[in-house]
Design a protein around this ligand. Sequence first.
Ligand SMILES: CCCCCCCC/C=C\CCC/C=C/C(=O)SCCNC(=O)CCNC(=O)[C@H](O)C(C)(C)COP(=O)(O)OP(=O)(O)OC[C@H]1O[C@@H](n2cnc3c(N)ncnc32)[C@H](O)[C@@H]1OP(=O)(O)O
Ligand SMILES: Cc1cc2nc3c(=O)[nH]c(=O)nc-3n(C[C@H](O)[C@H](O)[C@H](O)COP(=O)(O)OP(=O)(O)OC[C@H]3O[C@@H](n4cnc5c(N)ncnc54)[C@H](O)[C@@H]3O)c2cc1C
Length: 661
Amino acid sequence: MNPDLRKEREAATFNTELLTHILDGGSERTRRRREIESLVIGDPDFCHEDANFLSRSERYEAAVKKSALMIMKMREYGISDPDEIYYYKCIANGSHPEAIGLHFVMFLPTLKSLCTPAQMDKWLPLALSFQVIGTYAQTEMGHGTHIRALETTATFDPATQEFVLNSPTVSSIKWWPGGLGKTSNHAIVLAQLYTQGQCHGLHAFIVPIRAMGTHEPLPGVVVGDIGPKFGFDEIDNGFLKLENVRIPRENMLMKYAKVEPDGRYIKPPSDKLTYGTMVFIRSMVVGESAKAISKACTIAIRYSTVRRQSELRPGEPEPQILDYQTQQFKLLPLLATAYAFHFVGQYMRQTYLRITGDINLGDFSELPELHALSAGLKAFTTWVASAGIEVCRMSCGGHGYSHCSSLPGIYVNFTPTCTYEGENTVMMLQTARYLLKSYTQASAGQKVSGMVSYLNEMSQQRLQPQQVSARSTSVNLKDLSSLVEAYKIRASKLVELAAKSLQTELQLMKTKEDAWNHCSIDLVRASDAHCHFVIVKLFCSKLAEVEDTAVHSALYSLAHLYALHGVYQNTGDFLQAGLLTVPQLTQVTQQLKELLSQIRPNSVALVDAFDYRDEMLNSVLGRYDGNVYDNMFEWARKSPLNQTEVHNSFYKYLKPLQSKL
Ligand SMILES: CCCCCCCC/C=C\CCC/C=C/C(=O)SCCNC(=O)CCNC(=O)[C@H](O)C(C)(C)COP(=O)(O)OP(=O)(O)OC[C@H]1O[C@@H](n2cnc3c(N)ncnc32)[C@H](O)[C@@H]1OP(=O)(O)O
Ligand SMILES: Cc1cc2nc3c(=O)[nH]c(=O)nc-3n(C[C@H](O)[C@H](O)[C@H](O)COP(=O)(O)OP(=O)(O)OC[C@H]3O[C@@H](n4cnc5c(N)ncnc54)[C@H](O)[C@@H]3O)c2cc1C
């Protein structure tokens, strides 16, 4: 064990294990998670070559092999609970995407949410036995965001009781779906439904694309891989062109919308039910943001205690780089963010399960809140986590740039979350739409509920101006509940500002849509402030559940840092809302510095509490034992370029060049 790391762990003021239990949701869950992780770690089938040294095709093949292994092994061990499957996959996949991931995260959930009982009886057993391997094909080359404009058509032919699927233009070719290029034999295709000469908008269809058995593309299906990307090397994101592909009427997913044998169309109770799987993934991605940023922080903080560089005091040994205040300022707010996102991820998951439970019972009343919250939090957390991973990488200096740190891999595989499942800006604008609707309702005296209920207070205050002016608005920077209140007021002010901006634009005789576009910066800012408030509020509420005083104190400091750092980053908003005064700006910095010093001695324990096994991090810099340099040398020696002492290119190009000049 590296002596610096050992000292850090010995100096921690709280019991790391207790904090791990809180993160896992109880000691029994920690025990079971570790038990499952040991199944993978002790399994020679999962001891594979470092993916960094493989070509893309080899990486894809290794990932497919791993997917197949995971399925077989989990069945063998009887692992079927969704949380346990998740534990198993997290350790087996590390920070790499899963080759047949789309089958699990989109194909199966879409079947479960949109199939009739008869369809479920047919497709679920096939999908669960992997006779059918599926993907979710929505995005087209020409349209990803604006899905109402998708061009793929599904035209009902009553004579044969079939739908005929077509990609009428180049821009209508399905583009991007994961696992579409080579892995899947079926796709859930989102297409414009035509029946009795009328278009009824987007609907989901199960389309066989490769023959079961031979895996050859079926007639009329042009399918393949879209080529190398920024990351996601393991995934065959694909293209799909459909040329008069016929599928039976029963292949339209008909739980809600239906086409009768005579071609009559029956409307669903809400046309947004087709979008349900996207809402599911957006809700889950919030927790994935926590995972990605907590991994990056673990690597960067452990390394920052092992790495010694430069000189703090003349003549003294080089200090640990985490002792530089600037290094703490880069990393500790991100550590606080990782904790905040973890608790918000848990909340989002529970909220998703609660509201979809109601939806399944026919109560759609909370669908707009779920959509707005999942869209906004998905965007907020993925943006922050993406930028944060990059900060972690740069905080490791040159070694952060090497794949041996794992940070480049974490970044390239995480950053597409800002784009997929709804491009982030567009998601923020969806949340803004809900905020403005809620604002209008609250202003008209109608009570709004859920996470936007603070807008009720705002409308009450407007009715009683004397109370507002009597209220002291300035935030107490040392008091967390005062900070939560400040975030709430900031959010309501920015929602109000966006609403007023929209009103002004509308008065300039613009259409509603043009007015919306002309104030979309304000709208995104309002959504951002709303999400920030939700996160600060949820983090603080979590503290009330923590019984152990030492752990409570460590988490309290983190929550305080998270809230205060947000004030520091958004001083303009807080000043504009009258929540902060110019003289307080120095206090913000002062208070931040105090918190950094308070958290610094616990930083290794705080990342240890995430309990990432070395096998999951796969990072030389983030090793638990801190033996970085020996292992870095060993890792580099494995590079394919080092397999011969003299590379072939020397004989082919350099030697002839030397002989000519
Ligand atoms: C165990 C799980 C682990 C999870 C781990 C995850 C990692 C997975 C790893 C890799 C997988 C990557 C897979 C990627 C897949 C994809 O990317 S699939 C494609 C995703 N595509 C999108 O997200 C497209 C984004 N666009 C849209 O969603 C929509 O077009 C839109 C921008 C929302 C606009 O929709 P539309 O034009 O139909 O609607 P509007 O006119 O704007 O609004 C009409 C009203 O409808 C409301 N609305 C919109 N969407 C929804 C919804 N989903 N649910 C409920 N309500 C919705 C909207 O707010 C409007 O309401 P209003 O009229 O009352 O204001
Ligand atoms: C790794 C990866 C995996 C994917 N997997 C799948 C999959 O499995 N299945 C699938 O169907 N798709 C998948 N996708 C596609 C993905 O869902 C889309 O890329 C995504 O929805 C964004 O759409 P777009 O690419 O058309 O972006 P665009 O909409 O073209 O966005 C480009 C820019 O335009 C801006 N913009 C667009 N519309 C608006 C607006 N209304 N207001 C303001 N600004 C706007 C955006 O903010 C952005 O800055 C995947 C993508 C990636 C990168």
